[in-house]
Ligand binder design. Structure first.
Ligand code: CA
Ligand code: CA
Length: 193
């Protein structure tokens, strides 16, 4: 009888030990399942912005330097027909990027997206925001002959610099112009012809 009791006691000990091992194995399995899950989720990669032919990428915008001439309102209409607007230039880096794209000439002038046509000497961008700072030539803007539209000049004179190249002129002048179109990474880059 006592031998039988001892046998039962031994079997119960073995049962308890097996229960402990089973719990440990289940715990290990649970850990493996949890740590494996994140590997399945990969971060989505954004497609890079690609500008159409004749458009140039800077930050998240594409820029177009026209070869034809228009007055300032027609220039803005042309840019809008491409889903953009006359260029809005906020930083010296952006100004310098555009300057480097422009060809030199006797008096090469290019409209961009600023005017004071609504209130004299209150310069506004084509998106309605007021100008802060700017890259005017010394003595400009001077409203010399009722001048309400902004343009950039690049000449053969090498001393001229990007950050002092803005002038004002009558909006009816016919000049080439600079369009800008803000782009969204991964979105369609189609620009209507
Ligand atoms: Ca003016
Ligand atoms: Ca002027």
């Amino acid at each position: 009888m006592s031998a039988l009791t001892a046998s039962i006691s031994k079997l119960e000990q073995e049962k308890n030990q097996l229960q402990i091992e089973k719990d440990e194995l289940l715990a290990k399995l649970a850990t493996k399942t949890i740590t494996k899950a994140p590997e399945v989720i990969k971060p989505a990669t954004k497609a890079p912005i690609v500008c159409p032919v004749d458009w140039h990428l800077f930050n998240n915008s594409c820029y177009f330097i026209s070869r034809t001439t228009r007055d300032w309102p027609e220039s803005q209409s042309f840019c809008q027909s491409k889903g953009g607007h006359l260029a809005i230039i906020h930083t010296a880096e952006e100004q310098t990027f555009l300057w480097d794209l422009l060809p030199r000439g006797h008096w090469n002038a290019f409209w961009f997206g600023i005017s004071d046509e609504h209130t004299e000497d209150q310069w506004k961008w084509v998106d309605g925001n007021p100008l802060v700072g700017g890259f005017w030539e010394v003595g400009e803007p001077n409203n010399h002959i009722d001048e309400d539209c902004g343009y950039i000049v690049k000449t053969q004179v090498m001393e001229r610099v990007a950050i002092r190249s803005w002038y004002d002129a009558p909006c009816s002048m016919y000049w080439p112009f600079i369009c800008e179109k803000e782009m969204v990474a991964g979105a369609s880059t189609a620009i209507p012809h």
